[in-house]
Design a protein around this ligand. Structure first.
Ligand SMILES: Nc1ncnc2c1ncn2[C@@H]1O[C@H](COP(=O)(O)OP(=O)(O)OP(=O)(O)O)[C@@H](O)[C@H]1O
Ligand SMILES: [Mg+2]
Length: 322
């Protein structure tokens, strides 16, 4: 299915549109200098092809995924959204090789996926850090397993901590870190192994709104820096439009692709800008329609909120003193 492209025409004057981006094959990349007008070229790894995926679970007569095809390109930030139970995690777990599809194929950079592998790092809502190790040792763990020398491990861990702005927190134990810091360590632990892509399942869902916003900005920076393909699952519409190059809205019962939306807005984005508000409305409406469709299907119930009252523009007391 061809993705719809959101052309924010009036955005042109204030935000740069993404020009075609050549690949340089540089897996690490570097942050663009402040004010730089040309975005970094994209990496060449991380092409993920999920082809005609079907998956049913015992006890349910409706498939969790029905003939789902999704292709993510190297360097793309692809977000899957949809109501609870529509199959987002199932699709991500199939991509990770943690769950076997009943039929269909998964490939990463042309290689068939049959099990989890170091080319696909997964970050969940639960950080999964070892509580008896400090932040640096958690990040180092995978490198040790690979048999890397101590000096190289130390360099890599220092780089990874720097990438997530935790250079001064490497000595801290997990319980000494805030929720947001733990998620940043979990991301650093994944990135230090230089995977082809990051698969993220609601990694910020348990965080407060301010910390989430900080992590959105930092993830955006990291993504620009590393050019990794990111497949990101969320139910948060705001999160989706802030981060995505492309949003896939899933249909539920059975899970399949309902709609795709390309977001041609340059990163880093102004999270408070009117373009994201407008895009958020489009995605939210689509999800509301999907939730209502499911309610009608499952419970023969259709609900829509009463129209909100309009404020009298002359009501000067509203917001006084702000
Ligand atoms: N291990 C399992 N056994 C049985 N049914 C499952 C299993 N995992 C998922 N399902 C079912 O498959 C469907 C899709 O579940 P999935 O967890 O992928 O949804 P989701 O979109 O990630 O939901 P949420 O937003 O709540 O995380 C749901 O109906 C769910 O109940
Ligand atoms: Mg889920």
């Amino acid at each position: 299915m061809a993705a719809e492209v959101f052309h924010a025409e009036r955005v042109e004057s204030r935000e740069r549109r993404v020009p075609p981006q050549p690949s340089d094959g540089n897996p690490k990349g570097s942050l663009p200098p402040p004010g730089s007008s040309s975005p970094p070229p994209r990496g060449t790894r991380g092409r993920l092809v999920l082809q005609n995926i079907n998956k049913s679970f015992p006890g349910s007569n409706v498939p969790a995924l029905k003939d789902v095809t999704v292709v993510a390109e190297p360097g793309e930030f692809l977000v899957l959204v949809g109501p609870s139970g529509c199959g987002k995690s199932t699709l991500l777990n199939v991509a990770a090789g943690m769950l076997k599809a009943d039929s269909g194929t998964v490939e990463i950079d042309g290689q068939r996926v049959t099990q989890p592998g170091p080319d696909r790092a997964v970050v969940f809502q639960d950080h999964g850090l070892f509580p008896w190790l400090n932040a640096a040792a958690n990040i180092e763990f995978g490198l040790k397993m690979k048999g890397m020398s101590k000096s190289e491990r130390q360099d890599r861990v220092a780089d990874a901590l720097k990438m997530v702005h935790l250079s001064n927190a490497g000595h801290k134990l997990v319980h000494e870190l805030s929720g947001g810091m733990r998620q940043r360590v979990a991301i650093a632990r994944s990135l230090v192994l230089d995977p082809a892509c990051l698969l993220m399942d609601e990694p910020f869902a348990a965080l407060d709104a301010q910390t989430r916003t900080l992590l959105h900005a930092q993830l955006q920076e990291l993504w620009l820096n590393t050019k990794k393909m990111v497949l990101f699952v969320t139910h948060s519409v705001g999160e989706a439009v802030r981060l995505a190059d492309r949003v896939i809205i899933l249909h539920s019962y059975p899970g399949r692709v309902r709609r795709e939306l390309k977001i041609n807005l340059q990163h880093p984005r102004d999270f408070d800008g009117p373009e994201l508000t407008e895009l958020g409305h489009i995605v939210r409406k689509e999800i509301e329609d999907e939730v209502n469709r499911v309610n009608v299907h499952l419970a023969n119930d259709f609900w829509s909120p009463e129209k909100a009252a309009h404020l009298d523009p002359g009501a000067r007391s509203v917001g006084d003193g702000l």
